[in-house]
Design a protein around this ligand. Structure first.
Ligand SMILES: NC(=O)c1ccc[n+]([C@@H]2O[C@H](COP(=O)([O-])OP(=O)(O)OC[C@H]3O[C@@H](n4cnc5c(N)ncnc54)[C@H](OP(=O)(O)O)[C@@H]3O)[C@@H](O)[C@H]2O)c1
Length: 285
C-alpha cells in the first residue's frame, strides 16, 4: 500500500477511523469489532484513529481506546507497526458531548488514555476540539508539556483553523505533526487548512471523509460526479472519494470509518487508485 508520513513516522496512506465501532447505533459485537481492526491490519493499514470520548455515553468513556488496544494485542507482532492516534479534550455527560481543554484536564485525560492503550507514550495525541472556555494558547501549552514530559511522542490538533494552526506551531514546536479536520465531497471548507498543512509539512487527516456514518450510505446520490467516475473505473464511490482526498496533497491521510471488515478492505484499496487530471477536474467542478 502507498505510504505517507505523519511527522517522522511512515503510515499507510489510508487509516482506519475506529469511531463507528463504538458510537454507531447498531455497532458490532466486541468480537466483530476486533475483526474489523484485524481486517484493516491485514489490508496493510498502519494508522488507527480513536479518541477517549468515542463511546455511546459517559458510562463507557474510553470504550473505543480499550477496543483498539485489545484488537492490537490479539493481532500479535504485526501490530507493532501501527500508529495509534487518539484524542483528548471532549468529555461526555450522559450522551452529550462537552469540552474541556484545560491543562489539568488534558493531562488527566492523557494519563487515562495511556493506561487504556497500555503504552508508555502515545504515538499521536490530538487535541480534539477548541474549548471556548480555555485559551487556545493554554491548551497548546498543555500539549507541549505532555510531549516534553514524554507522555506523547507526537502531537496533533483537530477542528483547527489556519490561525490556530500557527499558534499551535509556535507553542508546540516540532512535536506538532498533524491537523485533523472535516473534509469530504460535500464539506470542502478545510481546503485552506490542507494547503497550510502542505506548506508547513504537517499531515492533514480528513475526518468523516464520506460525510459521516449516517450520510455515507447515500454518497452516490449526494456526490453524483464521484459515482460516475466510480462506474467508469469499476470501483466503489468510496474508493474514488478517498483517491480524490489523496490527490489533494501528499500530506493528506484519510481515516475512513468502518464497522464492517468489507468497508475497510474496500477503502484500503483506494491507496493505490490513481485518478487522471481529467477525472479530478470533474470531481472538483
Ligand atoms: N476529529 C473529529 O472531531 C472527528 C469527528 C468525526 C469523526 N472523526 C474520525 O474520523 C473517522 C471517519 O469519520 P466517520 O466514521 O464519522 O465517517 P465516514 O468515514 O465519513 O463514514 C463512515 C461510514 O462509511 C461507511 N464506509 C466506509 N468505507 C466504506 C466502503 N468502502 N464501502 C461502503 N461503506 C463504507 C462505513 O459503513 P459500515 O459502518 O457499514 O462499515 C462507516 O459507517 C471516525 O471514525 C473518527 O476516527 C473525527
Amino acid at each position: 500500500m502507498q505510504q505517507r508520513r505523519i511527522g517522522d513516522r511512515p503510515v499507510s496512506a489510508i487509516g482506519l477511523g475506529a469511531m463507528p465501532l463504538s458510537t454507531k447505533t447498531d455497532r458490532p459485537s466486541r468480537e466483530d469489532a476486533v475483526a474489523v481492526v484485524h481486517a484493516a491490519l491485514d489490508a496493510g493499514v498502519t494508522l488507527v484513529d480513536t479518541a477517549d470520548a468515542y463511546a455511546r455515553d459517559e458510562a463507557e468513556f474510553g470504550h473505543n481506546e480499550s477496543l483498539v488496544a485489545e484488537a492490537l494485542a490479539s493481532y500479535g507482532h504485526g501490530a507493532r507497526d501501527v500508529l495509534v492516534a487518539t484524542k483528548g479534550g471532549h468529555t461526555r455527560q450522559g450522551t452529550d458531548w462537552l469540552l474541556d481543554g484545560s491543562p489539568a484536564y488534558l493531562r488527566k485525560a492523557c494519563e487515562a488514555s495511556l493506561r487504556r492503550l497500555g503504552v508508555d507514550a502515545i504515538g499521536l495525541y490530538q487535541f480534539h476540539r477548541p474549548d471556548p472556555d480555555t485559551r487556545w494558547e493554554d491548551s497548546m501549552g498543555a500539549l507541549r508539556q505532555l510531549a516534553d514530559d514524554g507522555l506523547v511522542q507526537r502531537v496533533g490538533i483537530s477542528n483547527a483553523d489556519v490561525a490556530q494552526i500557527d499558534v499551535a506551531r509556535s507553542i508546540v514546536g516540532p512535536a506538532l505533526v498533524s491537523v485533523q479536520n472535516q473534509f469530504s465531497p460535500g464539506w470542502r471548507f478545510s481546503a485552506e487548512e490542507v494547503a497550510h498543512c502542505a506548506a508547513h509539512g504537517l499531515a492533514f487527516l480528513p475526518w468523516s471523509p464520506f460525510g459521516g456514518v449516517t450520510a455515507a450510505g447515500s454518497l452516490s446520490a449526494t456526490a453524483p460526479a464521484f459515482a460516475e467516475v466510480a462506474a467508469e473505473l469499476g470501483v466503489s464511490v468510496y474508493q474514488v472519494t478517498l483517491a480524490w482526498h489523496l490527490a489533494q496533497s501528499d500530506v493528506v491521510v484519510p481515516i475512513p470509518g468502518a464497522s464492517r471488515p468489507a468497508s475497510i478492505q474496500d477503502s484500503a484499496a483506494a491507496a493505490d487508485l490513481r485518478l487522471t487530471p481529467e477525472q479530478l477536474a470533474r470531481l472538483d467542478a
